[in-house]
Design a protein around this ligand. Structure first.
Ligand SMILES: Nc1nc2c(ncn2[C@@H]2O[C@H](COP(=O)(O)OP(=O)(O)O)[C@@H](O)[C@H]2O)c(=O)[nH]1
Ligand SMILES: [Mg+2]
Length: 488
């Protein structure tokens, strides 16, 4: 995600890190480099100019803070400006879910619009799955793209894959199918209805009339402009055209998993004033994320996205497992059995490459050289150990190593390497513990909810000191994020 631009920013940070003080001259240099990076990402000229003007002004005006390196302070200025440029108030609820204009007197009507190929049909399905999972809704999808017969088929496949009803009538008209579907939804007790409308290759009057009519007749509660995040200013032009004709309530930027240059995501809100509500991050039905400006800014700026990484882990490892693991780590009981479990959980989270990209500074790593099969090999090695060996890895001698290697079809060196990295991991955990970071991790896992954290920990009977750590952790989550950022 945003590979090119985040590499560019990493270079800017690296150059700055050599300076012991921030002067007008080196700010000028950095701002110039940022300007080039943004223009390359196809951000519109006006947005770039406003952005760099603000950054310059803030950076020059900022008081030098004690204990903060000048480079770090500059990064913060850029980060904050970028968040400001992309964020909108009141689009996320306290649980981190997308706030949507649900209504209770009739099914909530959501309308998707945008150019052909922008991802409307795919996102219609993703959104339905999101609403099912996060709000326990019972949505129905409406095939309102009657341009091509295949469009209806495509939505039906999508609906089937997520077990959501699709309403279609191939012989009808787009407007009528939406009206009839609304009636159907009312009768069948569907509480959300999503219109998958037709797009064109370019904005044209016919298309606009069609979607306008649907909107004027069905009064949608949310009108989402779906936009291909790989494009830059072109996307923004069409966003403007749709915004002039329809009561847009937000934008969804798709395909950010590709080599998106980031232009659209940085420009859409600045130009239309409409909030970005979701982003699409894969072709699959669960490839949708609520848009958090600070996280996306972190990714663009090459600072990684620890919060999303933790949340991703959270959706795989449940809270109980996480607490159990944490306690084992605290008590130094973590062994290769747990390691194996971890590996399997990591594998469930998707390709290593994608995960690593969320880690701060990863834009600098040779990520393309990562061997995705590596985890399989590690798993095979641990599997060919006896349970006792997994619990007491320190007791694995040479002949045991040979037996394990043979059993796994790997070399003895690989077994050695695994045991060594396991040791290092234990050391690292020790280090984290010493810095009080484990508590902070736990704080994130429990959604930063102090009461819930204290309750969980009271139940699990951890020591008082650790509770104090947690209490502190709840307060300085920002500090945690800072610690995980690139060290300048
Ligand atoms: N990688 C990726 N592909 C996507 C995403 N969203 C949509 N696509 C793909 O983009 C193509 C066009 O999507 P579609 O939903 O048919 O667009 P529509 O014409 O607006 O309905 C399809 O091949 C989708 O699989 C996304 O977030 N990531
Ligand atoms: Mg479609």
């Amino acid at each position: 995600m945003f590979d090119n631009i985040s590499k560019r920013f990493s270079e800017v940070w690296r150059k700055l890190s050599g300076n012991t003080e921030i002067t007008e001259a080196n700010i000028q240099d950095a701002v110039r480099a940022i300007r080039t990076a943004l223009l390359e990402a196809d951000v519109s000229l006006k947005v770039v100019k406003d952005f760099t003007d603000h950054v310059k002004e803030k950076a020059l005006g900022a008081d030098v803070l004690k204990g903060v390196r000048p480079g770090e302070q500059f990064v913060k200025v850029v980060h904050d400006e970028m968040v400001k440029m992309m964020s909108s108030p009141d689009v996320v609820d306290e649980k981190g879910r997308a706030k949507l204009a649900f209504r209770s007197d009739r099914p909530t009507v959501i309308m998707m619009c945008g150019l052909q190929g922008s991802g409307k049909t795919t996102t219609t399905g993703k959104l339905a799955l999101y609403l099912k999972r996060n709000y326990k809704k019972n949505p129905v999808l409406v095939a309102a793209d009657l341009q091509r017969p295949a469009a209806v088929d495509q939505l039906e496949v999508v609906g089937k894959s997520i077990d959501v009803k699709v309403y279609s009538d191939r012989k009808s008209s787009p407007l009528k199918v939406c009206q009839d579907a609304l009636e159907f939804a009312r009768k069948q007790g569907h509480d959300v209805i999503i219109f998958d409308t037709a797009g064109r290759l370019h904005v044209d009057a016919d298309l606009m009339n069609e979607v306008k009519q649907i909107a004027n007749t069905t009064h949608p509660d949310e009108v989402f402009f779906v936009c291909d995040g790989m494009t830059g200013q072109d996307a923004v032009k069409s966003a403007k055209a749709f915004d002039e004709q329809l009561p847009l309530t937000g934008a969804i930027l798709t395909k950010l998993d590709g080599d998106s240059r980031g232009g659209a995501v940085m420009t859409v809100r600045a130009v239309t004033g409409k909030p970005i509500r979701f982003i699409g991050v894969s072709e699959k039905m669960d490839g949708i994320e609520v848009f958090h400006a600070d996280r996306v800014a972190g990714r663009i700026l090459g600072m990684g996205d620890v919060v999303t990484l933790v949340e991703k882990a959270q959706s795989i490892i449940n809270e109980e497992q996480a607490l159990e693991l944490e306690q084992k780590l605290m008590a130094d009981e973590f062994n290769l059995e747990d390691f194996l479990k971890q590996i399997r959980d990591i594998k469930k989270m998707g390709p290593m490459k994608d995960l690593l990209k969320m880690i701060p500074g990863a834009a600098e790593l040779p990520i393309d050289q990562i061997n995705e099969r590596g985890l399989d090999h590690v798993e095979a090695i641990v599997l060919s150990m006896t349970p006792k060996e997994r619990r007491l890895p320190d007791q694995i001698n040479m002949s045991r190593k040979r037996r394990i290697a043979d059993g796994a079809g790997r070399s003895v060196e690989e077994v050695n390497r695994l045991l060594k990295s396991f040791d290092q991991m234990r050391e690292m955990v020790q280090g984290l513990k010493n810095q009080g970071l484990m508590g902070k991790m736990a704080a994130m896992k429990l959604g930063h909810d102090k009461k819930k954290m204290m309750a969980e920990h009271a139940k699990s009977g951890v020591k008082v000191r650790q509770k104090a750590n947690l209490r502190r952790a709840a307060m300085d989550l920002d500090e945690f994020r800072k610690q995980f950022k690139v060290d300048l």
